[in-house]
Design a protein around this ligand. Sequence first.
Ligand code: SAH
Ligand code: SF4
Length: 361
Amino acid sequence: MKQNLLDFDAHGLTTYFAEIGEKPFRAKQVMRWMYKEGESDFAAMTDIAVSLRDKLMQKASIDTPTIMREELSDDGTRKWLLDVGTGNAVEAVYIPEATRGTLCISSQAGCALDCSFCSTGKQGFNRNLSVAEIVGQLWWANHQLGKNAEGNWPISNVVMMGMGEPLLNFDNTVTALRVMLDDHAYGLSRRRVTVSTSGVVPAMDRLREECPVALAVSLHAPNDKLRDELVPINQKYPLKELLAACMRYLEKAPRDFITFEYVMLDGVNDTVQHAHELVRLVRDVPCKFNLIPFNPFPQTHYQRSRPDAIARFRDVLMQANIVTTTRKTRGDDIAAACGQLAGQVQDKTKRTGQRPVVLHR
Ligand code: SAH
Ligand code: SF4
């Protein structure tokens, strides 16, 4: 079987090149073609010796994920459904803004952690994505969007907030992060790449050592009793341990704060009392809050908090000098908002006859 070069970071690619009798600088050259030029055809890599191109064509490939469906929201948000084989699909979402372009990518097909308000969690766990499938989401999105007028790729920020728990697919996530950060590949700054975790404490410590990037932690509740219910992994790593891990992470983090995500569930975690309890809980942790109005999906009994409840909750945090933003719900007309990513390939193949379709709404 051919070796997919998208599965390597710079170190892996250099090692592979040594194995096939090639010099390290050739690996860097090929890497630049793959990521800076978005090239997937060895034949087009014109400054590479023909003999090496031939060798790569025989032994290797640059296999990007297959796209089953692309959708464009009224607000410019785009969603791609990527086929990852054996009846699984994952989703990536591009969110254009005035000063940046953010791609939200997936790390697993499904998720084992079963948070009660999450559509991905309801699917259960299917499998980890490979490095090529994680990086391939970025490759594909850049490819589809094309370079901007300055000759740069439009994606300036990546958030691992799609499907799955990135820290439970640790090795592939870290290798993929290295490709995002590498100057010969995407060259994104550590501050512009964010891993979101539901709180896998030992893996947070490993990430701090191996590849510190911006960190978002899905908090969602001000006490263990409620968090046990909403985010079941809390039973294993309760709040005290989670917050201690956040403090340790900050010692090496590229940003001097943790972003806490907090999904706003009507009547569940959104009262003023919850907000006060939250302020006491995070008193010692440099942080910002991102309130996410719950995004409904079929099979949920939760409802989104009312706008006035969200505003009151935000005011309590702001009065305690915690910078708090309320996430705009982008792309919800195409089910591309947080927590709505489901990637149910089964249903969609029935409708599309397995051919890629582009829907413009
Ligand atoms: N597994 C990681 C990253 C993926 S989820 C994590 O849990 O952090 C990305 C964010 O979307 C998390 O903060 C998650 O709690 C939130 N989320 C999940 N379902 C949601 C929903 N239905 N509405 C709003 N946010 C949701
Ligand atoms: Fe998994 Fe994150 Fe969804 Fe929880 S919120 S089930 S950790 S993807």
